[in-house]
Design a protein around this ligand. Structure first.
Ligand SMILES: Cc1cc2nc3c(=O)[nH]c(=O)nc-3n(C[C@H](O)[C@H](O)[C@H](O)COP(=O)(O)OP(=O)(O)OC[C@H]3O[C@@H](n4cnc5c(N)ncnc54)[C@H](O)[C@@H]3O)c2cc1C
Ligand code: FES
Length: 260
């Protein structure tokens, strides 16, 4: 793992993307190191007296010229809610960059990136950073309903974005695994990546394994320290019990002891 830092970032923007997701843009006072898709930051919830543990969030975008990075925060509990209430001009303490990143595809690869919920953040970051021509990148984003999706039109130039909704209000009706790219055509891809709820990633992994396609997932185990000290993020793997924060969060599915 490369060098990690702890520092205060200035909140430059914080706005709602939909009912439950917010985009927070954070400016570093020093030059940012290289941050790759799948890596995350661990944020102190400074504006709450009751929350002592930092909360982990995947990096969504990085702009090295302005030393800013952004995250997408989905409101789940008190920590994430508190973050979405932070005002531009306030500061947040970040430990960064943490974890191992996704394998960057080869320039001839055909890839499929699958994001569910806030798991779309590292998937869009990967699509953008891959440097692949957009025709080589398919992206499926799953949500319950149309109102749970966010506007990702700025990312259409990095790949072919498809939506699924459980209620069929936009895109393919059902789960991401009901989309024909996954259900029927997974064999056409060189690499499949997924980030989202556990059930979704296991379903994607099951299809990829069956088709013999390379597949990496980014686990969202509960975390505290974020750098391998507290051991609260352990995941059983073929290489023993590993800390998701340091040995992951990105894992090849063949290394996980999932029953898929
Ligand atoms: C590597 C990594 C990257 C992540 N990236 C993002 C991201 O880009 N955007 C985003 O919105 N969230 C992301 N998460 C999840 C985010 O860290 C949690 O939503 C957040 O910590 C919840 O804190 P809270 O105080 O709001 O909720 P809490 O009050 O801590 O929890 C509320 C409820 O949610 C459950 N819960 C908490 N965390 C998780 C989790 N990780 N998975 C499933 N259930 C959970 C708790 O058990 C509890 O029932 C990421 C997590 C990890 C480990
Ligand atoms: S979060 Fe502490 S060891 Fe992983």
């Amino acid at each position: 793992m490369g060098k990690k830092s702890v520092s205060d970032f200035l909140v430059t923007e914080n706005f709602a993307l939909n009912r439950t997701n917010f985009l927070i843009r954070l400016k570093s006072q020093v030059k940012l190191p290289t941050i790759k898709p799948g890596q995350f930051v661990n944020i102190e919830i400074f504006n709450s007296k009751e929350i002592f543990l930092r909360r982990p969030f995947s990096v969504f975008e990085v702009d090295y010229a302005s030393s800013t990075l952004s995250i997408i925060v989905k409101i789940l509990g008190r920590g994430s809610k508190s973050l979405t209430e932070i005002q531009p001009g306030e500061k947040l303490s970040l430990i960064y960059p943490l974890g191992k990143h996704f394998t960057i595809p080869n320039q001839t690869d055909k890839v499929l990136a699958v994001g569910g919920g806030s798991g779309l953040a590292p998937m869009l970051f990967l699509a953008r950073e891959s440097g692949l021509p957009p025709e080589n990148v398919d992206i499926i984003i799953g949500a319950r309903s149309a109102t749970d999706h966010i506007d990702v039109s700025a990312y259409q130039k990095y790949g072919n974005i498809q939506f699924t909704t459980e209620d069929g209000s936009i895109g393919t009706k059902g789960f991401v695994t009901d989309h024909h790219f996954l259900k029927n055509e997974i064999g056409q891809y060189d690499k499949v990546y997924a980030c989202g709820p556990d059930g979704m990633m296991k379903a994607v992994a099951g299809l990829a394994r069956k088709a013999g396609v390379f597949c990496e997932v980014s686990l969202e185990n509960l975390m505290a320290c974020g750098f391998g000290v507290c051991l609260c993020c352990i995941e059983p793997t073929v290489n023993g019990n590993l800390c998701v924060c340091t040995e992951g969060p990105v894992f090849n599915i063949n290394d996980l002891k999932w029953q898929i």
